[in-house]
Ligand binder design. Structure first.
Ligand code: DC
Length: 204
């Protein structure tokens, strides 16, 4: 069973994907980490983000060991990721790794932006997870506030909207995806709603 969990930034799709992977005992790949790893290398190499050839060369030499880096979760890597993810040849270079992961015996859960449309268009289950920008900004604000008391919610909202716009060309809800608008739900409700949908589909 391949489960594709796509959606917007800070929508809760990563948490949902992890929960589903544990529930169905499937391996999980957070595909955003691949773009973060390439973006992080660009930063570490001091490369200019306008140098698309440098980003493409890195993506073509991507190694899974790059994913083991605590810094990938940071905001710097996130911004860098969205820059390299906008380069079509970077996306192409990272495709085979994701498709191999999806194609392993027994299946897998992958979360990202284009899993249900590009990476695994034949996925058994496709979920599209989103929430209003205001709700997503609020969640990120509450998460980051303890470490960054100077942070303003309005700044996070502006950044999220900017990120949505940059990700938009590679972020399309598959026509056969199940929409989960998490604006009014907590993670437990999102998880239960997804499991109900998946189990229903499996029975059918
Ligand atoms: O989900 P995330 O925040 O870790 O993603 C980081 C960036 O990578 C984000 O700007 C979107 C991009 N991305 C993508 O274009 N395609 C994916 N499958 C996953 C992430």
């Amino acid at each position: 069973m391949i489960i594709a969990v796509d959606g917007t930034a800070a929508s809760g799709k990563g948490t949902l994907a992890r929960r589903l992977a544990a529930h169905y005992r499937l391996p999980h790949l957070d595909t955003g980490l691949l773009y973060r790893a390439v973006g992080r290398k660009m930063l570490d190499n001091g490369s200019d983000f306008a140098d698309t050839d440098a980003a493409i060369a890195l993506a073509q030499n991507f190694a899974p060991a790059w994913l083991v880096d605590g810094r990938l979760r940071g905001n710097e890597a996130s911004v860098a990721a969205s820059r390299v993810a906008a380069i079509p040849a970077v996306r192409t270079a990272l495709r085979a790794f994701q498709q191999q992961f999806a194609g392993q015996p027994g299946g897998a859960v992958l979360d990202g932006r284009d899993i249900g449309t590009v990476i695994a268009p034949n996925a058994d289950i496709k979920l599209w997870v989103t929430a209003t920008p205001e709700v997503r900004a609020r969640r990120r604000f509450l998460e980051l506030k303890p470490k960054r008391p100077d942070l303003e919610e309005g700044t996070i909202l502006d950044e999220l909207i900017e990120r949505d716009n940059r990700d938009a060309p590679n972020m399309t809800m598959a026509p056969d995806a199940y929409l989960l608008d998490t604006s009014q739900m907590d993670i437990e409700q999102v998880f239960r709603s997804a499991v109900e949908y998946i189990d229903g589909r499996r029975k059918a």
